[in-house]
Design a protein around this ligand. Structure first.
Ligand code: KG4
Ligand code: ZN
Length: 346
């Protein structure tokens, strides 16, 4: 079975083709994928402009689909299911992917399946060379979400804790913006941090000792702003130190809470997903902490940490394989810009 996946929830247009093997239990295989990032277009505005994002998805999605089909050596007529991101995300941007997916499937006489964007991230490590097995604890760290979840199977997700304000990616992005590092701030801040001292500034580790698995990052951004103001003219010379200290604060909280989740549930496996999962310091410190506790840790491949079509096609393939979803030939669609993962039933 061939599944085409379309992702258009934010500022990346992603398309991918995944093959679901007939033999039960086999991990679906990524045949090809293509991605267009709109980052450059939004950079001038310091963040994503939703209307511009939607219009650009319209321009990119069909050429990317052609590219994916050509690279795979398959024909569009061979596709069995067209999967698309149904939510959460920017409403207009989601409508482009959903509309194109349903139109494509209708014209080919094939079925469609709407996918939860976070489930895509969550299952993206199954596309790596070292795929996990269920059950596991998932640390989902993206631009909009920071969650710890108990994952017992496809569609069997229990939320253990989440951020009560900003997401980890947002903490990177907002701190980077305060330091004049542009958008998106995560990669820029972590690059600069390599040249800095992570202990140079004492920044808060919100909720570190709260005893639960919730996060809070809004106070950190304020502390970074206060520190930047205090530095005044010295800021340019100390920027790398401030970046390293900010990253250290975010990473320490993510690592400690993940270990707490593993300890309280007795799980022996951790899966990291979402854009912030590309952060090298986070990976190094999680690896070290997991090694101490003899925990296996899995990551998506670096280029599949941030938004892409492969994770959407993969989530669809795994849902179909597990029998928790059926693709449908009803082409009337809606999108869900706000959609808690906990509402997704197996
Ligand atoms: O998963 P994603 O592509 O989009 C959402 O679903 O939100 O995550 C984007 C987020 C942004 O906040 C970006 O700054 C952050 O991931 N990010 C990073 C790194 N690469 C991306 N944060 C820290 N270090 C990185 N290397
Ligand atoms: Zn995402």
């Amino acid at each position: 079975m061939l599944i085409l996946g379309i992702e258009s929830s934010c500022d990346e247009t992603g398309v991918a083709l995944v093959r679901l093997p007939a033999e039960p239990g086999r991990v679906p295989e990524l045949l090809s994928h293509a991605l267009f990032s709109q980052i450059e277009m939004h950079q001038a505005y310091g963040g994503v402009v939703p209307e511009l994002a939607s219009r650009d998805h319209i321009r990119r999605v069909l050429p990317l689909t052609d590219e994916v089909m050509q690279a795979s050596g398959r024909r569009l007529q061979e596709v069995d299911v067209v999967a698309y991101t149904r939510g959460p995300g920017l409403a207009g941007a989601l409508l482009v992917g959903a509309g194109v997916a349903c139109a494509l499937a209708a014209s080919l006489g094939k079925s469609v399946l709407g996918i939860h964007h976070l489930e895509g991230h969550l299952l993206s490590p199954f596309l790596s060379q070292d795929p996990p097995t269920f059950p596991f604890i998932a640390l989902l760290v993206s631009g909009g979400h920071t969650q710890l979840m108990l994952v017992e199977g496809v569609g069997r997700y229990t939320l253990l804790g989440e951020t009560i304000d900003d997401a980890a990616g947002e903490a990177f992005d907002k701190s980077a913006k305060l330091m004049g590092l542009g958008y998106p701030g995560g990669p820029a801040l972590s690059r600069l941090a390599q040249a800095g001292d992570p202990q140079a500034f004492k920044l808060p580790r919100p909720l570190l000792h709260s005893g639960d698995l919730d996060f809070s990052f809004a106070g950190l951004k304020t502390a970074v702003l206060t520190q930047a103001r205090k530095l005044g003219e010295d800021l340019p010379a100390r920027k790398a130190d401030l970046a390293a200290s900010t990253q250290a604060a975010i990473v320490e909280v993510l690592v400690k809470k993940s270990m707490h989740a593993l300890r309280t549930t007795g799980m022996r496996r951790l899966v990291v997903a979402g854009g912030v999962g590309a952060n090298q310091t986070l990976r190094e410190q999680l690896n070290a902490a997991c090694k101490r506790l003899d925990i296996r840790v899995h990551y998506p491949e670096l280029h599949l940490c941030t938004d892409n079509g492969a994770m959407i096609a993969m989530a669809a393939a795994m849902r179909l394989q597990a029998g928790v979803s059926a693709a449908s030939a009803r082409y009337a669609f809606d999108v869900k810009p706000r959609w808690p993962l906990a509402d997704l039933q197996a």
